[in-house]
Design a protein around this ligand. Sequence first.
Ligand code: AMP
Length: 364
Amino acid sequence: MTTKTIGIIGGGQLGRMLAMAAARLNFETVILEPQAGCPAAQVANRQIIAAYDDPEGLAELAAVCDVVTYEFENVPVEAAENLARVVAVYPPPRALEMAQDRLTEKRFLNDCGIPTARFHAIDSQVDLEAALVDFGGQGVLKTRRLGYDGKGQRVFRSNGDSAVGGYAALGSVPLILESFIPFEREISIIAARGLDGTVACYDAAENVHRAGILHTSTLPARLSPVADLAASRAAKKLLTALDYVGVIGIEFFALSDGSLIVNEMAPRVHNSGHWTEAACIISQFEQHIRAVAGLPLGNPARHSDCVMQNLIGDDILSVPQWLKRDNVLVHLYGKTEARAGRKMGHVTELLQPSGEGYAGKKPG
Ligand code: AMP
């Protein structure tokens, strides 16, 4: 069957950008999201207003779509599995399962031969204290599930940091203690796998976070050719192991010895890949739509160096200034209320052409 209509579970900015990319290739999109008038529904053909695990809403989505994808990794796995019995769901629900729990994720990555921080499962205060002793008093304590943008975390920096009450402070839920990684920088790779098994990797981005939220992604990342190759090899291993279809975002810590370890993966388009819409012919959003619709993947080559900056909360007030600048792509998400910490939009500034083929085509 030829894909005509793509269902997207989740109605945030990622769903919005997927719907926009889909429209350009003549696909229709239906958003399943409980919040009416969400960013994605503003640009899609239709919204089904229902919870992500609502059986009726999901049945309706399956009935009107040829393929269903999602824009966030906390789609209930059971709902995705049930849906996959009646309509193609990409990326495969197993990818959700691996990404939703930091413990499962790290074990899976290590099974694939991909290094991560060392870790201990923490289910009590006693576990926490024993694990901290093992890591010399240092570590990053995280909730296993539903943590994002640095939420649900606590850092133990030295033997001076008391573990007292640490387990209860994060809600007495299943936790993981990771060894503290003295990384030099954080980088990420956006990669895609098509229905035919083809893999395409974008260049690595160098990411800076502020208050746990991505602030900038800069291209090119300062990375040795060996590390660069290691990142794309890890992406390929992961995508193949999951029999993946679609775009994935993989975050790495780059260490001073040149090695890379994976922090986490997101089975979806990723904030640190927004630069691709300005600096590549085929953005991560179009790449994902191509993959899930069974079209050939596009060339992920980058034509320019660039910096993507998130507009968080009141940063939205700087839009008039950004609009006056040359070589800046402004992308706003249709959110009316600029709450602190809320992603309102992003800008990508092209710095200079990076490829001869493209340099020749630049006007002027
Ligand atoms: P995460 O939610 O896992 O992406 O973590 C949020 C941020 O905390 C990361 O971007 C890092 O800056 C920092 N971080 C997370 N895990 C570690 C770790 N094991 N060692 C050092 N820093 C970390």
